[in-house]
Design a protein around this ligand. Structure first.
Ligand code: NDP
Length: 277
C-alpha cells in the first residue's frame, strides 16, 4: 500500500489559501524570510519549491541571498534584520552554510515566534519539554502522514533511523509524545535490521539509498521514507527500496513526505501571522 503525500498536500494548501486570504483581509501578508548563503543545487531546488508553492497559496517569500563565502557576522546581521522586521512572520536559515560558520549561534538568533522550522536550540528544548512551539516541518510532515492514514501509535514500537536535529530527533520526540515506544538508530547502531524488523512504524531519514529492503521490515509495518537522494542519472530516490511498498504500507520518495513538508512550513508561517493578527 502506498501512502500518498500529494492528497494531504492538496488539502493543506487549500486550507492555507483560505487562511492567508483571511490574514490579508486583516492587513497582514503572511511572509516567510529565507536567509541563504550557498549555491548548493539541492538547497536552490528546495527554495524554488517553497517559492512556487507559496505563490499558489498567498504566502510571500522574501529571499535574502548572501555570498556563499559570507562569514558568521554577515549572516547574523541578515538574520537579525529579518528577526526585527514586523512584516516577517517566519524566518529560516537555509543550509548548507559556508565552512567555518557558527551555525548554533546563528540559529539562536531566530526568535521562537518566527522559528517556523523549529531550528533553534530553544525550539528544540520546547519540543523536548513538550511545550507548544513550531516543530521542524519534516518531522511534522511525518506525523501528519501517520495521522491522515489513522496509523495507531499508542503502545506501538516506532523505530527512527537517523538522529539529526532537523529530522531524526524531532520525529522521535513527536512519536514519544504520541505514546509510541521509540528506538533511535544511527550509523553506529550494530545490526540495524534487528531493530527495523521489530518496528510497527519505521521512519527512515539516513540519506542512504536502498538502506531498507523488503527483508528488513515486517509485513504489518508502516514505513515512512524521508530520505532524499539524487542518483547519477538525476532521479530522486529515498532510503527505502520501493519494493518494500508491496509488503508494507509505504510513504514513498518522491510523492510522500517532501511536498507535505513544504506545505507545513508555509502553514507554520501563516499560523505565526494569524497569531499576530
Ligand atoms: P543527516 O546527514 O544530518 O543525518 C543522517 C542520519 O542518518 C545520521 O544520524 C546518521 O547517523 C544516520 N545514518 C547514516 N547512515 C546510516 C546507516 N547506514 N545506518 C543507520 N543510520 C545511518 O541528514 P538529515 O537528517 O538532514 O536528512 C536525512 C535524509 O532526509 C536526507 O536524505 C535528506 O535529504 C532527507 N530530508 C528530507 C526532507 C524532506 O523530504 N522534507 C527534509 C530534510 C531531510 P550518525 O548520526 O551516526 O551520523
Amino acid at each position: 500500500m502506498i501512502l500518498d503525500g500529494k492528497i494531504i498536500t492538496r488539502q493543506l494548501l487549500s486550507d492555507l489559501s483560505d487562511q492567508s486570504a483571511e490574514c490579508r483581509e486583516h492587513g497582514q501578508v503572511p511572509t516567510l524570510a529565507i536567509v541563504m548563503a550557498t549555491t548548493d543545487e539541492g538547497a536552490a531546488w528546495y527554495v524554488r519549491s517553497i517559492q512556487k508553492t507559496a505563490e499558489k497559496c498567498g504566502v510571500a517569500v522574501r529571499l535574502i541571498e548572501l555570498n556563499p563565502t559570507a562569514d558568521t557576522e554577515v549572516i547574523a546581521d541578515a538574520l537579525q534584520e529579518q528577526a526585527a522586521d514586523s512584516s516577517v512572520h517566519g524566518l529560516i536559515l537555509q543550509t548548507p552554510l559556508p565552512d567555518g560558520v557558527a551555525i548554533d549561534s546563528l540559529l539562536s538568533l531566530i526568535p521562537l515566534a518566527k522559528d517556523v522550522d523549529g531550528a533553534s536550540p530553544l525550539a528544540a528544548g520546547y519540543l523536548a519539554y513538550g511545550l507548544p512551539s513550531f516543530v521542524p516541518a519534516t518531522a511534522a510532515a511525518v506525523m501528519k502522514m501517520l495521522e491522515y492514514y489513522h496509523i495507531p501509535l499508542t503502545g506501538k514500537h516506532a523505530v527512527v533511523v537517523g538522529r539529526s536535529r532537523i529530522v531524526g530527533k524531532p520525529v522521535a520526540q513527536l512519536l514519544l509524545q504520541a505514546h509510541a515506544t521509540v528506538t533511535i538508530c544511527h550509523s553506529r547502531s550494530a545490526d540495524l535490521a534487528r531493530y527495523t524488523r521489530e518496528a510497527d512504524i519505521l521512519v527512515v531519514a539516513a540519506g542512504k539509498p536502498g538502506l531498507i529492503t523488503p527483508t528488513d521490515v515486517q509485513p504489518d509495518a508502516t514505513v515512512i521514507d524521508v530520505g532524499t537522494n539524487v542518483t547519477a542519472d538525476n532521479a530522486l530516490v529515498g532510503d527505502v527500496d520501493p519494493a518494500v511498498g508491496s509488503k508494507t504500507a509505504l510513504s514513498p520518495v518522491p510523492g510522500g513526505i517532501g511536498p507535505i513538508t513544504t506545505a507545513l512550513l508555509l502553514q507554520h508561517t501563516v499560523t505565526a501571522a494569524r497569531t499576530r493578527t
